[in-house]
Design a protein around this ligand. Structure first.
Ligand SMILES: Cc1cc2nc3c(=O)[nH]c(=O)nc-3n(C[C@H](O)[C@H](O)[C@H](O)COP(=O)(O)OP(=O)(O)OC[C@H]3O[C@@H](n4cnc5c(N)ncnc54)[C@H](O)[C@@H]3O)c2cc1C
Length: 399
């Protein structure tokens, strides 16, 4: 089988790596003229890590990533009081893998050696696709074209392939904008380098920080109310460090200390999409953010793209024919990713409660919570096992 993958981000490279691991001819076409180390922090949870380990990329990644040790820490905006501290010591015994703090560039750097370099084509921007009953042809803006039996659309949140197939995705106004900064760790006190994912919760906004790249850099991401009508949704949009600090004026000194060290910050509006009903359109498969862009509050954007990639490869391996494999992919990925999309949507509300009785009840509930066990549905999931079961069910359904 010959698979064409449009998009050389995490989803596209992971798909190529999983397919090539099982001997499928898979080619990646990426619009960027070079693979630059773009992006910032990403949290990889056990559901993604177990797949990356089977792919053989964890050894390289572990040299740069940090294992979450002291846990997730939730703090109150005003005084830094710890509302919840998840002990992560049990993560590996519960789920077989830890959670890791990763720079997106380090993850791409670990995936790349798992893909045959001759199969990655840069400077190829997909301009059009054309399907026939036996395959798909992609035309690129540079005039080249490529054909295959399956086309994987891993072209991200603004996917042109998705746009061509189903038009605009229904959106819900999140009312939020995101801020992102990377701070060299030597500009901050040692305590910011602890391998902890710290979440500061306050009225209408929250802020998260954790170290990445073997502790050399502190990743900061925050969510605050957006300006009315704000719609720029780009990882490269710039904000002003002074405006970022002003959003958190009056917060605990530790937050001020962190934001005082910010010299460059990204800022973009956060758009929320409702789940769609199917990802497979004949021979075209939507994958990663092209299929299910989600709010980042469950830190599962990259993880779900990796699950998609592993699922697609396992379905193709198990099924023996393309239409059964793609049918199984849809059966298994649509409900799974919709659940994560909806869970991420609901989280914004809980994180941003104004001070008052509801916030006090939330904080009291934190004291008795064990998010690690509550997230069993998310972390214990084995995408490859589910894929094989879905293929068996699909074959039983076949006439
Ligand atoms: C520049 C950038 C920085 C990011 N930084 C972070 C971050 O710091 N933290 C975080 O959690 N998530 C980040 N993300 C998002 C995160 O990588 C994704 O949510 C997740 O990994 C899903 O990956 P994906 O492969 O589906 O999409 P993406 O990672 O967005 O990859 C899509 C790829 O498709 C390419 N592409 C798009 N259109 C075309 C086309 N027409 N033809 C050919 N190629 C095309 C893009 O150039 C890109 O390389 C970032 C994404 C990007 C693009």
């Amino acid at each position: 089988m010959d698979a064409i993958i449009v998009g050389g981000g995490i989803g596209g490279l992971a798909t190529a790596a999983f397919l090539q691991q099982q001997g499928v001819r898979a080619r990646v076409f990426e619009q960027a003229p070079e693979l630059r180390p773009v992006g910032a922090g990403i949290v990889l949870a056990p559901n993604a890590v177990r797949l990356l380990r089977r792919l053989g990329v964890m050894e390289a990644l572990e040299r740069q990533a940090l294992k979450v040790r002291t846990g997730w820490q939730f703090r109150r905006w005003q005084d830094g009081r710890i509302l919840l501290e998840q002990d992560m010591a049990t993560c590996e015994s519960l789920y077989g893998e830890a959670a890791w703090l990763v720079h997106r560039a380090d993850l791409l750097g670990a995936l790349l050696p798992a893909v045959d370099p001759d199969t990655v084509h840069l400077d190829h921007q997909c301009a059009d696709i054309d399907q026939s009953p036996s395959g798909v042809t992609v035309t690129f803006a540079n005039g080249a074209s490529a054909g295959g039996e399956v086309l994987v659309a891993a072209d991200g949140i603004h996917s042109t392939i998705r746009q061509q197939l189903i038009g605009q995705l229904p959106a819900r106004d999140s009312g939020l904008c995101a801020w992102r900064a990377m701070i060299p760790a030597d500009r901050l006190p040692e305590r910011f380098v602890a391998p902890t994912q710290t979440l500061w919760l306050g009225p209408g906004r929250h802020l998260v920080h954790y170290p990445v790249s073997a502790g050399r850099t502190i990743n900061v991401v925050a969510f605050t109310p957006a300006e009315p009508g704000e719609t720029v949704e780009s990882w490269s949009a710039e904000g002003k460090p002074g405006d970022f600090r002003a959003e958190f004026a009056g917060w605990d000194g530790m937050v001020n200390e962190l934001l005082d060290a910010v010299t460059q910050v990204g800022r973009w509006s956060v758009l929320d999409r409702t789940p769609i009903e199917r990802y497979v359109h004949d021979r075209v498969v939507l994958l990663g953010d092209a299929a299910h862009p989600m709010l980042p509050f469950f830190a599962q954007g990259a993880g779900q793209a990796i699950e998609d990639a592993a699922t697609l490869a396992a379905c193709l391996e198990q099924a023996g024919d393309i239409s059964t494999a793609l049918g199984a992919y849809d059966q298994v990925r649509v409900p799974r990713t919709a659940q994560v999309q909806e869970a991420s949507h609901d989280r914004a509300q809980v994180n941003h409660l104004p001070d008052g009785p509801e916030q006090q009840a939330r904080d009291r509930a934190f004291a008795g919570e064990d998010p690690l066990r509550h997230s069993d549905w998310l972390y214990s999931y084995d995408a490859q096992r589910e894929a094989r079961q879905a293929v068996r069910a699909e074959l039983l359904r076949a006439p």
